[in-house]
Design a protein around this ligand. Structure first.
Ligand SMILES: [Zn+2]
Length: 149
């Protein structure tokens, strides 16, 4: 490989990294999300704001779904390839709430594999809120008082 080739390879890598970190790159990696555009937008924006390593974790370990209830929840379905299922409701979905649920997964909080429910202590809630704040989010997902899950 001569110097010109090496340089263009470096440029291509830099361009790829830039794309990967763009909203478009995040949308590509998340793939088709099974819900309306408004929920798709808030999900892409939330994942875009996560640190690189967490974003990659989401691509390989999380799935998304929608349901009628308001808000955002997370369940674990260990037998599936991507064990964490983040469910978005029809209202009250904030970026910080999505990040909060991802924080539970990232922190590996205990899950009951039979019920698919997380067994969360107050300490777990505080840890998820703290991490969500560290990731640069503000809002309901960072406020322990208002977190039922
Ligand atoms: Zn929580």
């Amino acid at each position: 490989m001569n110097n010109d080739d090496r340089e263009s390879l470096q440029e291509a890598k830099a361009a790829y990294r830039e794309w990967e970190n763009s909203l478009e790159g995040v949308a590509y990696w998340l793939g088709d999300l099974p819900f309306p555009e408004s929920l798709e937008t808030v999900t892409i924006q939330a994942v875009h704001r996560l640190p690189d390593a967490v974003r990659e974790f989401v691509y390989y370990h999380c799935r998304f779904a929608s349901e009628d209830d308001a808000g955002v929840t997370i369940r674990c379905v260990p037998q599936a390839g991507r064990p964490w299922l983040v469910t978005l409701g029809q209202g009250g979905v904030e970026e910080s709430l999505i990040a909060h649920e991802i924080a539970h997964a990232w922190l590996g909080h205990e899950c009951d594999p039979q019920a698919g429910e997380l067994r969360l202590t107050q300490r777990d809630e505080e840890a998820a809120c703290d991490l969500t704040r560290q990731w640069g989010f503000a809002g309901t997902g960072t406020e322990t008082i208002q977190r039922p899950h």
